[in-house]
Structures are given as C-alpha cells and as structure tokens.
Design a protein around this ligand. Structure first.
Ligand SMILES: Nc1ncnc2c1ncn2[C@@H]1O[C@H](COP(=O)(O)OP(=O)(O)O)[C@@H](O)[C@H]1O
Ligand SMILES: [Mg+2]
Length: 251
C-alpha cells in the first residue's frame, strides 16, 4: 500500500532522515522504532506532507504522493495523530471529532452551520457520526467534556476518533502510548487491534517494546536517520545491531 524509497531530509548540516526505504503491506501494522532524535517523527512528517523531502519518493497504491500538501494526502486516505496531542482546547470531545468530519470534505462547512431543514438534518447526521466514532474508541460517555478534563488516554482516543472521521485506509500514530499509565497503554493496544480488524493499515512510532512486539507485523529501526534494520518483531529482537543501538543488552 505504501512504498517509501530513498527518503532524505536535511536540517542544515543534520541529516534527520537519510535514504530511508520500506514497504507497508495493506492490512499490516508496521512500527518505526529508534532512539530519541533518530528521525522517526520527521519520517512521518515527510510521508504525510507536513514537510517536503530533499530527495526520495513516497508512493501510495503506486501513486507518487511525494511532496503533496497534507490535506491532499489526507484525502487520499492517510490519517495521523501527533506526538503531542493536538486537540482544540476550547471545543469538547464531540466537537473535536466533528471538526474532523467537516474537514474530510464529506460535509460542507456551510451546510453544517446553516439552518434550513436539510442542513439541520446534515448537522444531526454529523453529530451522530461523531458520537458513533467516540463510542467506538470508548470515550462516548465523556463526549461533552473538554480535552483538559479528560485523562490522557481518553485525549489520545479522541484524537484517533477524529482521524477516523477521514475514513483513512492508512493511519499513522506518533507515540500513541506516550505519557500513559500501563492501563491506558493496554487500552490503546486493544484499540490498535480493533483498528486492524476494521481493515485499517497502521504505522506507529512506539517506545514501549511490549506494544511494538505484540502489535506489529514488521518493525523498521532507525538510528541517526538511517534504517539499520527491518524485519519481524522476532528478527528485530535478535538483531545484534539493534540491540547495540537501541534495545540494550537486557532487551
Ligand atoms: N524542524 C526541524 N528543524 C531542525 N531540526 C529538526 C527539525 N525537526 C527535527 N529536527 C532534528 O532532526 C532530528 C530527528 O528528529 P525527530 O524526527 O523528531 O526524531 P524522533 O521522532 O525519532 O525523536 C533531531 O536531531 C531533531 O532535533
Ligand atoms: Mg518523535
């Protein structure tokens, strides 16, 4: 589904992503791991069009999407969440998810805000779809709360619900369990499994090795911007280079 070749990004003298390539098969879960500063978030920003690469290509279903703006890539079916949760602080959980549905272009902003009977129907439909997404991620009961009133795990799940509003075929999650207590992280792992059952292909950046090993089909390891290994979780766990660079001897 996704094919990345020779992707390179420099920031001044620093090569943040250095000739990285890998494939993501439809229906699979691919994790990107590596130490802080390895280039993982930059790689996701290149794939989703947030920043343009200096060289290399990104193909989605064979189509070259390299350097397209983020909204175009999103409409082609690539959704994402951010390392630092980005919810609108002055909107409640439901409204945050509704924004995602409106942004998907399936509902016109003006239609959603206008007051004719047809438009009211459209707005009600929007609310119902947002409620269904929040129920699906398990935050339905808290849908009228502001982000700041929600536990961290719920905020992350609202962000995932918003991304799902775009009906992504590929969902890219940057550190979905960062900052979570163990119970919250477990709930996110369950959610990843359910996303996969739903037919969503997933890429994740994840530091929790238990999550990586249990949730991934394949793992790509970055170090100083370079891909140092790629394989199944078992292959990665046994790779001497990976152990030295990242996992440590007790992994
Ligand atoms: N916009 C930027 N400008 C300059 N340097 C950046 C920028 N974004 C990231 N970097 C640098 O690129 C390297 C990789 O960063 P990042 O992709 O965030 O790593 P990771 O997500 O693996 O922790 C780091 O050294 C970081 O400081
Ligand atoms: Mg990062």
């Amino acid at each position: 589904m996704l094919s990345v070749r020779g992707l390179t990004k420099r920031f001044g003298g620093l090569v943040a992503v250095d000739g990285v390539g890998f494939d993501v098969a439809q229906g699979s879960v691919v994790s990107i791991v590596g130490p802080n500063g390895a280039g993982k978030t930059t790689l996701f920003n290149l794939i989703t069009g947030v920043i343009p690469p200096d060289s290399g290509t990104v193909r989605l279903d064979g189509r070259d999407i390299t350097g397209l703006p983020p909204h175009r890539i999103a409409r082609l079916g690539v959704g994402r969440t951010f390392q630092n949760i980005r919810l609108f602080a002055h909107l409640n959980a439901l409204e945050n998810v509704m924004i995602g549905l409106v942004a998907s272009g399936r509902s016109g902003v003006l239609d959603a805000l206008a007051a004719t009977p047809r438009d009211r129907r459209e707005r009600r439909d929007l609310v119902e779809r947002a409620e269904a997404l929040l129920d699906w991620v398990g935050v339905g009961a808290n849908r009228l709360r502001m982000p700041s009133e929600l536990p961290y795990g719920d905020q992350r799940r609202v962000e995932i619900a918003r991304a799902l509003g775009l009906e992504p075929r590929l969902l890219i999650l940057d550190e979905p369990t960062a900052g979570m207590v163990a119970r919250e992280a477990t709930a996110v792992v369950d959610l990843i499994a359910r996303l996969r059952e739903r037919g969503v292909t997933l890429m994740l950046i994840e530091h929790n090795m238990n999550v990586v090993m249990s949730a991934s089909d394949r793992v790509v390891v970055l170090n100083f911007g370079r891909r140092i290994a790629e394989g199944t979780p078992a292959e990665i766990r046994a790779d001497p280079q990976v152990i030295e660079a990242y996992l440590g001897t007790d992994a």
